[in-house]
Design a protein around this ligand. Structure first.
Ligand SMILES: Cc1cc2nc3c(=O)[nH]c(=O)nc-3n(C[C@H](O)[C@H](O)[C@H](O)COP(=O)(O)OP(=O)(O)OC[C@H]3O[C@@H](n4cnc5c(N)ncnc54)[C@H](O)[C@@H]3O)c2cc1C
Length: 413
């Protein structure tokens, strides 16, 4: 059914970037409509930061952003910085607090972030149409024809594509924006999951499920260390998880995507040197040389890890008196304790991923306005673009900044 409704600025996707784009365009006087395919807007916002919404980070630098051209972020961040974002949210009612540079709403509720955004959307008279999935965008002479799955056609002067990527499709972002962008002539860098748990191929995983330790993980490709991160690491039945692993996962995912086998190397004792660890073992074994080897490690290492670590070190006699451990065996054990190498064979699926790496090539987008260089009056906002950030509030900051700018320029030009 053709409907001759004409929308001035139409935002496809009511996520973090789409909501802020709508607010910024409407504040400049534009008549704005959000088309959202889910039954309500902002579903992903509710899931962010484990329900607390890590809305930004006090220390945003280019190093935390990835893609073919991370410098692309300067255009948006120069016009809508972290300070401006915090001020924007403060004016909406979100007082913030900072925990290790990560910014959270004082309420500790992601729902409060969505509530204030929706309140402002309402106040500004922005139209929200939910259950509206856009399946095709046809650029005409001066307008866009938007085809909805529900066999409805709408017209718009300006379109902002804010459909997100492919991560967590259960929250709305199912990658359909990439198909829309490609059909409009844009290049999409093949997406792969980032900020995602890693799959290991090791026979002991079932036995270690749930074991946690505070250590250091490094990601390696061809024996070259690409990045290291410290924090709580968790073994699962499929592999490994925890904040340091999520932080390293983009590099692993990228290597896998290129057909390579990356490795993770774990250090269970990053706070002390190899030599100190060696001395520590020898001192322990010196106290009671008759103690069974496996029991001699109780109190030092999680008990469920002990048999696995000894077996990984090639020590089969777990109960031999610790005083009889040979130098060669001690060296092998030290290697596992400080540099335990495990091959990464995959990642969890898109439904577990928090972010999409890849997306619409930024060389085809004006960094100052977020307008397409291919189709005039078409804008992009958020994760649909080939920009992704580390864990820590960087992805939402990208969504807020790029959304604000896309909204501003779509309403001003
Ligand atoms: C579990 C989880 C926790 C996270 N926690 C944090 C955190 O604490 N801090 C942080 O910085 N980042 C976090 N992120 C990442 C962050 O949420 C995203 O980067 C950000 O939400 C991206 O915003 P966006 O607007 O680009 O896309 P999205 O928020 O994904 O929104 C896209 C919207 O577009 C809609 N849509 C898609 N296609 C269509 C279509 N064809 N027609 C109509 N509508 C469409 C979708 O339904 C969706 O509502 C987290 C992500 C997840 C999954």
């Amino acid at each position: 059914m053709k409907e001759k409704t004409n929308l001035q600025v139409c935002i496809i996707g009511g996520g973090a970037s789409g909501l802020v784009a709508a607010i910024s365009a409407a504040r400049l006087g534009a008549s704005v409509t959000i088309l959202e395919q889910m039954d309500r807007v902002g579903k992903k916002i509710l899931a962010t930061g484990n329900g607390r919404c890590n809305l930004t980070n006090k220390n945003v630098t280019i190093e935390q952003f990835h893609g073919k051209n991370p410098k692309f972020i300067y255009g948006a961040f120069g016009q809508f910085s972290v300070e401006q974002t915090l001020n924007f949210f403060e004016m909406l009612g979100i007082t913030h607090k900072i925990e290790e540079e990560k910014v959270y709403p004082f309420s500790d509720q992601a729902s409060s972030v969505l509530d204030v955004l929706r309140y402002e959307v309402n106040q500004l008279g922005i139209k929200e149409i939910c259950g509206a999935q856009v399946i095709e965008i046809i650029p005409m002479k001066t307008k866009f024809e938007l085809h909805l799955k529900e066999e409805k056609i709408l017209y718009a002067d300006k379109v902002i594509l804010a459909t997100g990527g492919k991560a967590s499709p259960q929250l709305g972002s199912n990658g359909s924006g990439f198909a829309l962008a490609e059909k409009l002539g844009h290049t999409v860098i093949t997406p792969f999951p980032a900020l995602v748990q890693l799959h290991l191929k090791s026979p002991f995983l079932k036995r270690l499920k749930g074991v946690k330790f505070k250590g250091e993980a490094g990601i390696y490709k061809h024996e070259q260390c690409l990045r290291k991160e410290k924090g709580e690491i968790l073994f699962t039945d499929y592999g490994i998880s925890g904040p340091p692993i999520l932080q390293l996962s983009r590099l692993a995912s990228q290597a896998l995507h290129q057909g390579e086998t990356p490795w993770i190397k774990l250090n269970l004792f990053p706070q002390i040197s190899y030599e100190e660890m060696d001395l520590l073992l020898q001192t322990r074994w010196g106290y009671e040389p008759e103690k069974p080897l496996d029991f001699s490690l109780v109190g030092l290492i999680n008990k469920r890890l002990i048999p696995v670590i000894l077996s990984e070190a090639g020590i089969t006699q777990l109960q031999k008196p610790c005083g009889q451990v040979t130098n060669k065996e001690r060296k092998k054990l030290l290697k596992i304790l400080t540099n335990w190498a495990l091959p990464i064979v995959g990642t969890q699926s898109w439904s577990q991923a928090q972010v999409t790496a890849g997306g619409v090539h930024t060389k085809e987008i004006d960094p100052k306005t977020m307008e397409s260089k291919i189709i005039p009056n078409l804008y992009f906002a958020g994760e649909i673009m080939d920009i992704d950030g580390d864990c820590g509030g960087f992805n939402l900051q990208w969504a807020w900044s790029s959304g604000y700018i896309a909204g501003k320029w779509s309403a001003s030009s």
